[in-house]
Design a protein around this ligand. Structure first.
Ligand code: G3P
Ligand code: CA
Length: 227
């Protein structure tokens, strides 16, 4: 399989993260896959947001889960963009997606959408939460999943296998060749984040990664020079 470049929260280095504008930009820049984050609104909508609170990325304050979708839609998520729901992104771009479950309560809602819209081939489900991936795998056999980790040791390979994941998405600051080789030997793909410089890209290629998550279109363009 070829080396993948994955747009982080759309193309967050150049657009407001997790907005429609950011996802359309990622597709236009030719990213192979587009990554997004999921929470649940108070009334059960699958909203595309990174943080549990709206404070950092909008002009509002307080937890996402305390607001209805209509209330969340009133907020400015950057350049006048509204907080999108997952289904809007599915319709707005054609690229494969990585849907990250931030709030474990969003797992079932995501499964419902993937099943109803027959999206299991297009959407890979990722999460820091082992239990969320296990739930998704049980409810939707055949779905591809990836375990995300920031603080990890070589046991992360066993954790991924235990929940039926086919990939690891790991903070590159802790990645070692030993871990990559162990993961590959276990049949897992390994993705690294966040790769925003040429040095980080060269390191990722040297480690034999299967792909990188990046904030910048420049990294997408640079990949062909690092093969
Ligand atoms: O794709 C994995 C990466 O997005 C995990 O970190 O905090 O940006 O969601 P975070
Ligand atoms: Ca993410």
């Amino acid at each position: 399989m070829s080396f993948l470049t994955i747009g982080h929260r759309g193309m967050m280095g150049v657009e407001p993260e997790n907005t429609l504008r950011s996802f359309v930009r990622a597709e236009r820049e030719g990213l192979d896959v587009i990554e997004l984050d999921l929470h649940l609104s108070k009334d059960g909508a699958l909203v595309v947001m990174h943080d549990a609170d709206v404070d950092r990325t909008t002009d509002g304050t307080g937890p996402v889960a305390d607001r209805t979708l209509a209330e969340l839609r009133d907020l400015d998520a950057g350049y006048g963009e509204r907080i999108p729901v997952f289904e809007e992104i599915v319709d707005a771009v054609r690229a494969p997606l990585q849907a990250e479950i931030k709030d474990v309560a969003a797992a079932r809602a995501l499964v419902d959408v993937l099943r109803a819209r027959d999206l299991t081939a297009r959407v890979e489900v990722i999460s820091f939460h082992d239990a969320a991936l296990a739930t998704v795998g049980e409810l939707l056999p055949g779905v591809r999943t990836a375990l995300v980790a920031e603080h990890y040791g070589t046991d992360v390979v066993d954790r991924a296998l235990a929940v039926g994941a086919s990939a690891l998405s790991l903070d590159i600051r802790r990645l070692t060749l030993e871990l990559v080789e162990r993961a590959h030997a276990a049949g897992l793909r390994v993705l690294g984040w966040t790769v925003n410089t040429h040095d980080e890209l060269r390191l990722s290629r040297g480690l034999g990664l299967d792909g990188v998550i990046t904030d910048f279109p420049e990294i997408r363009r640079a990949v062909r020079f690092t093969a």
